[in-house]
Ligand binder design. Structure first.
Ligand code: B12
Length: 147
């Protein structure tokens, strides 16, 4: 009988903000969190134009794309950026998540998170317990069964 073991895959992750957002500590936080868990991070930084996000992700073909926004424009920026990313054949199946403070009215009734998911994000992590939920998502992505 074959023996099953569970192992952890180190992921190549792109962390990025979007064009309107100049906040940086959110990105530093995410980079350190991911690196502490053993993943390799490319941090594109703040105020990244849509074309550059798409170009870098296409070029690197990462295992995961993490988009962060805290300035209140995250919903609008995210709806636009995800279209660009999902239009690339190379990125159609890449896990892409977004998180932070995505609007100016808090988490609300979840309608904006549902819209972001429907537009193509695999995970939407807003405020409150967002980091815990993100860690669970990450765990499911990096866990693999070794035969
Ligand atoms: C420092 C700061 C600035 C600095 C940024 C300097 C820098 N180099 O980063 C400056 C002065 C430049 C700035 C500017 C502005 N700011 Co400001 N800023 C802040 C402040 C005080 C702290 C942000 C910070 O560094 N936090 C530390 C990091 C580690 O935490 P964080 O960003 O909250 O990220 C956490 C979570 O959100 C989460 N997270 C973030 N992204 C992601 C992604 C994923 C996938 C996951 C899982 C989790 C996650 O994880 C992090 C750790 O818990 C906050 C208020 C506050 N106390 O939060 C306002 C705040 C973010 N700013 C705000 C605003 C409105 C602005 C301005 C528009 C102000 C203006 N009128 O000019 C501009 C925006 C300019 C722009 N183009 O983006 C608002 C945003 C409002 C909203 N979203 O509802 C806030 C919340 C203040 C407020 N209460 O109104 N800001």
């Amino acid at each position: 009988m074959e023996c099953e073991r569970v192992g952890h895959r180190e992921l190549d992750v792109i962390v990025t903000s979007m064009v309107s957002d100049s906040h940086t500590w959110n990105l530093v936080f995410l980079q350190l969190l991911l690196e502490e868990l053993g993943h390799r991070v490319t941090n594109l930084g703040a105020c990244v134009p849509d074309e550059l996000v798409v170009e870098e992700c296409r070029r690197a073909e990462p295992d995961l794309i993490v988009v962060s926004s805290v300035n209140g424009h995250g919903f609008n920026d995210g709806m636009r950026v995800i279209n660009g990313l999902r239009s690339c054949p190379e990125l159609m199946g890449t896990p892409i998540v977004i998180g932070g403070k995505l609007g100016i009215a808090g988490v609300g009734d979840g309608a904006s998170a549902r819209a972001l998911r429907a537009a193509g994000f695999d995970g939407v992590f807003e405020e409150g317990a967002s980091v815990e939920a993100f860690l669970e998502f990450l765990e499911s992505l990096s866990t693999r069964v070794l035969l």
